[in-house]
Write a protein that binds this ligand. Structure first.
Ligand code: UDP
Length: 202
């Protein structure tokens, strides 16, 4: 089977909350994120068409925000940015007022889900992520605490089309893959902070 690594971005700035697989999304087709989110939408469409016409075996994982060791220090994601900033005593950059939400899944839970998906016969897209939802301000506080950092919080412009809320409904994954995340955010962040600490010091 082919694994299509799709994304929660296909739901855009969602008008339904939490997002289940039956929701079609709210995506700006010509916005700055369009190459990514519309690109992922068309990739799902092509996979489904290949499945129908060519009987290709496909699995589609809609991957929600995932974090953990081995992230690139400079890839610009919120978890890596905040940890690196906190460990280096730099200002922690919140975009907008930080009230937007995300739901963060630890990488080991995600790989477990992907392996279960590939061993299953699930033909339709499935949400994979951790449904515990946090404001970005809460994430900053937890990371400050876990790093014992005295970094100040600063507020910068919110990127255009940044989704205001995001949380997966993982009922389908629980039922069909017998999967659910096991690692809580605080625990996963401790492991991630330790990894980044070693990286930065080496
Ligand atoms: N974000 C932030 N500060 C940063 C990086 C990101 O406040 O230094 C915000 C960003 O605007 C978004 C959320 O954190 O609302 C998650 O951003 P990320 O790029 O990690 O993932 P995505 O936007 O794809 O969910």
């Amino acid at each position: 089977p082919i694994l299509q690594a799709s994304t929660s971005e296909i739901y855009g700035d969602p008008l339904e909350h939490p997002q289940s697989e039956s929701y079609w999304g709210n995506v700006n087709p010509i916005g700055p994120r369009a190459c990514y989110d519309e690109g992922k939408r068309v990739a799902e469409a092509l996979c489904i068409a290949y499945k129908s016409y060519n009987k290709t075996q496909i699995r589609i994982a809609r991957i929600f925000n995932t974090y953990g060791p081995y992230m690139d220090q400079k890839d610009g994601r919120v978890v890596s940015n905040f940890i690196v900033q906190a460990l280096q005593g730099l200002p922690i950059t919140l975009y907008g007022d930080g009230s937007q939400t995300r739901s963060f899944c630890f990488v080991d839970d995600m790989t477990d889900a992907l392996i279960k998906l590939m061993k299953s016969d699930l033909q339709s897209p499935v949400n994979l992520g951790n449904p515990s939802e946090y404001k970005i301000t809460d994430l900053a506080s937890i990371i400050k605490e876990k790093t014992s950092s005295s970094s100040e919080l600063i507020f910068q412009d919110l990127p255009e089309d940044d989704p205001k809320i995001r949380c997966p409904d993982i009922t389908l994954a629980r039922e069909k893959l017998l999967w659910g995340p096991k690692i809580k955010l605080k625990e996963g962040l401790e492991l991630t902070v330790e990894w980044f600490r070693d990286e930065i010091e080496s």
